[in-house]
Design a protein around this ligand. Sequence first.
Ligand SMILES: CC(C)(COP(=O)(O)OP(=O)(O)OC[C@H]1O[C@@H](n2cnc3c(N)ncnc32)[C@H](O)[C@@H]1OP(=O)(O)O)[C@@H](O)C(=O)NCCC(=O)NCCS
Length: 186
Amino acid sequence: MINTSALREKPTLTGESVRLVPLGPEHTDAYFAASLDGEVRRLTGTHGHLTYTQAKEWCETRAGRTDRLDLAIIAPKDGRYLGELSVYAVSPENESAGYRIALSAIEFTGRGLGREATQLVLEYAFERIGLHRVWLYVYTFNMRAIAVYRSCGFSVEGRLRDSLLWEGRRHDALLMAVLRSGFRRT
Ligand SMILES: CC(C)(COP(=O)(O)OP(=O)(O)OC[C@H]1O[C@@H](n2cnc3c(N)ncnc32)[C@H](O)[C@@H]1OP(=O)(O)O)[C@@H](O)C(=O)NCCC(=O)NCCS
């Protein structure tokens, strides 16, 4: 079984270039602004639009969720908001969970921040929560994300054909997963 207190008590995880902190009300403005970024919306296949009120409610309610982990990605030097990630759909019986991450703007991508954040949270997921399996979905056009996930030990388990319809074109998604034994911290 997993250690549910590691899900309930939200951690702060510090690396060289990122710090992961509990997503909270103080992140509402940055979280809402990120939800409007066109390129991030394309990469995550996000059709719907959040209202500011929905973003506020989301940020306000994360700390109280005992069944998942939602963390903001912050620059350790100046506290700037860089994005957010979640460990969700946790199945305690199967010791498995889903993972998603989105840096908040394209200017933050390609600097190693996503990889470091993913490694920090996977280490926590496997070693502290006690998960055995972490899975995710990624669109086939998102080569940067696929490269990061592979480097952390994820491998492709399946393909969801034509699962995204974006501006008139259909795209496949990949199901990727990493097991505790396959996690690589580089
Ligand atoms: C996906 C995401 C988390 C990756 O984090 P990141 O900080 O941008 O990525 P990193 O800088 O850590 O690593 C990028 C890697 O991708 C590689 N890469 C970049 N573009 C690539 C391409 N077109 N083809 C293959 N590899 C590519 C880089 O070479 C680098 O690998 P390397 O360090 O081994 O050379 C981040 O870009 C992000 O949040 N993007 C916006 C939203 C999103 O796509 N979320 C994921 C949805 S599944």
